[in-house]
Design a binder for this molecule. Structure first.
Ligand code: FES
Length: 136
């Protein structure tokens, strides 16, 4: 290998390395959150949540809540407020979800009733299979 070929090979190697070191973080940044992670399903027993009650769960590393709405069935919502990310609390007496940070209020279906949240709570798919509730 002469000097010219050696320098050309070295330049190609360094250029490729620089391109990959810039492209990989850019692609990771552009990828939607959770796109690379495998969606996980959570299974809980129907009997664990009587009508009007709720249970906190963690789905895909995010806090969520499953509510048994009387006459409507089970619903699973993210507990992360869409305003600034505080965790909402279930108010069983007033039948709503309340954010303690800036008084955002959501319906049991996750819709914004009042306060600063700009959009509804994230809703997870729920399937009732026999005695199990499958979320996610
Ligand atoms: S973070 Fe929930 S209302 Fe502001």
């Amino acid at each position: 290998m002469n000097r010219r070929n050696f320098l050309r090979s070295l330049l190609i190697f360094l250029g490729s390395t620089a391109l990959v070191s810039f492209a990989y973080p850019l692609l990771r940044f552009l990828e939607p959150p959770g796109a690379g992670a495998k969606a996980v399903k959570v299974i809980i027993k129907k009997g664990d949540i009587p009508p009007g009650a709720a249970r906190d769960i963690v789905i895909n590393s995010a806090p969520a809540i499953v509510i048994n709405i009387p006459d409507k069935g089970f619903i699973a919502l993210s507990k992360v407020c869409t305003h600034l990310g505080c965790l909402v609390d279930y108010d069983s007496t007033k039948k709503r979800l309340v954010c303690p940070c800036h008084a955002g209020v959501f319906s049991l279906e996750g819709k914004v009733l009042s306060g600063p949240p700009p959009k509804p709570l994230l809703k997870y798919a729920v399937k009732v299979q026999g005695e199990d509730i499958v979320i996610g």
